[in-house]
Design a binder for this molecule. Structure first.
Ligand code: SF4
Ligand code: SF4
Length: 403
């Protein structure tokens, strides 16, 4: 695609990236076929090709209105379109740049701004979020349905084995997961302990930065990213930690991009590059170990929901499925398995109507063949689906932990 970006845009690092991405797009529209928001609306501006064109107009200095920002906001950032695109267009990076510029040029109304500010204030801080969640649990019967549905039951974490193996790996605790489902990382520690790996947490690490980045606060995201790098670095350089494990694929996809976010930082870029390289989803780790020896209960019928961040961000489609099949689980067929469930970080709060439509469709497909439970790999999808699911929704690592 030919571009004539404003000089003021082209001279920036983000502008150069946007220009090279735009030039790869040949406007073929193949991506529209797999875009969840295009499928729901049939509107060109609600699909990747239309959004790419809107971003191009914005960067070329053409006037844009509230509708432009709304079309960009309705994108789930699921990156399904990236997997479909034959030209390798990195749509996610382009949307990130385009939405930030649109926000600055067009502006948000005060209600939207205030909601985003509150989300940024509470979600990335485990202490604040945990306190809010425990208050919510106490007051649940008094809360409106749409909020009460998001207040999950307390889940005991269970035992976390003390470090005893020579092989050690770090785990990201993240921001909301320790309060919503502390059992995920504890189950991961137990499974890895049986496989000869000790799982440790680094003091001082926390939110991966995705919440701030996707809510239009890139400088705040950089602060979280640098804090994690500083916390992990000594474990990687002097304590022999082999990898940084994520059990939420959304966080994993963000950490894989640390090198992108710190590309212009001479002090941190080398460290960020190494950390992006050492980041592994738990499925990648397990798939390379002798997990068959765990011999979990065989024959259970489960429905697998692959998070978009796992399929399109980390490109790990098929890895969890193979582990579960090898362990004797029966994966029920799921129509439109690759479509987003509507969770998408804070999307289910900011765009509740579309998120609920997608969840309704997703749950119908996941439960059609009577599984015992739904398993997934991202806390956001797990919580969003559980809100309306008639059967339990959990992280797939629990199936191996039941051994
Ligand atoms: S993003 Fe890819 S699939 Fe979509 S219109 Fe551009 S080149 Fe075609
Ligand atoms: S990221 Fe997902 S929702 Fe956004 S344009 Fe691509 S396919 Fe559509």
């Amino acid at each position: 695609m030919q571009t004539r970006l404003l000089d003021s845009v082209r001279q920036t690092s983000a502008g150069k990236i946007a220009e090279s991405i735009l030039r790869k797009c040949v406007h073929c529209g193949f991506c529209n076929a797999t875009c969840p928001t295009y499928q729901l609306s049939g509107d060109e501006n609600e699909g990747p090709r239309g959004r790419i064109y809107l971003i191009k107009q914005l960067l070329e200095g053409q006037s844009a209105g509230k509708n432009t920002l709304q079309h960009l906001d309705r994108c789930l950032l699921c990156r399904n379109c990236e997997t479909t695109c034959p030209s390798g267009v990195e749509y996610g990076k382009l949307l990130d740049i385009g939405r930030h510029i649109a926000e600055q040029q067009i502006g948000r109304d005060s209600k939207d701004k205030s909601l985003r500010k509150r989300l940024r204030k509470y979600l990335p801080k485990p202490g604040l979020f945990g306190f809010g969640l425990s208050v919510g649990r106490t007051l649940k019967p008094l809360l409106p349905d749409r909020i009460a549905g998001k207040v999950t039951e307390q889940r005991p974490a269970g035992n976390w084995p003390a470090p005893r193996h020579d092989r050690k790996m770090l785990v990201l605790d993240g921001c909301v997961q320790p309060s919503l489902s502390p059992d995920i990382n504890a189950a991961t520690a137990r499974v890895l302990d049986k496989l000869g790996i000790s799982l440790i947490k680094a003091q001082g690490a926390g939110c991966c930065g995705a919440v701030s980045q996707h809510l239009g606060a890139p400088d705040e995201a950089i602060t979280f990213i640098k804090r994690n790098i500083d916390a992990w670095w000594p474990y990687l350089t002097t304590s022999g930690a082999e990898a940084i494990i994520t059990t939420a694929s959304g966080c994993g996809a963000m950490i894989k991009d640390y090198k992108h976010y710190l590309r212009d930082d001479p002090e941190y870029f080398i460290k960020a590059e190494r950390i992006s390289h050492l980041n592994r989803d738990i499925a990648e780790i397990i798939s390379k170990e002798k997990y068959q020896q765990l011999a979990p209960a065989k024959g259970a019928r489960v429905a697998w929901h692959p998070p978009c961040s796992l399929q399109h961000g980390l490109k790990l489609g098929g890895v969890v499925e193979n582990i579960l099949l090898d362990c004797g689980f029966v994966l029920v067929p799921v129509e439109e398995e690759h479509t987003c469930c509507g969770s998408a970080g804070t999307y289910s709060i900011l765009q509740p109507d579309i998120a609920q439509q997608l969840r309704t469709n997703k749950l119908a497909n996941l439960t059609r063949h009577a599984p015992e439970c739904i398993v997934t790999a991202n806390i956001g999808c797990q919580t969003h689906l559980q809100e309306n699911s008639p059967i339990p929704v959990k992280h797939w690592i629990h199936l191996l932990d039941q051994a």
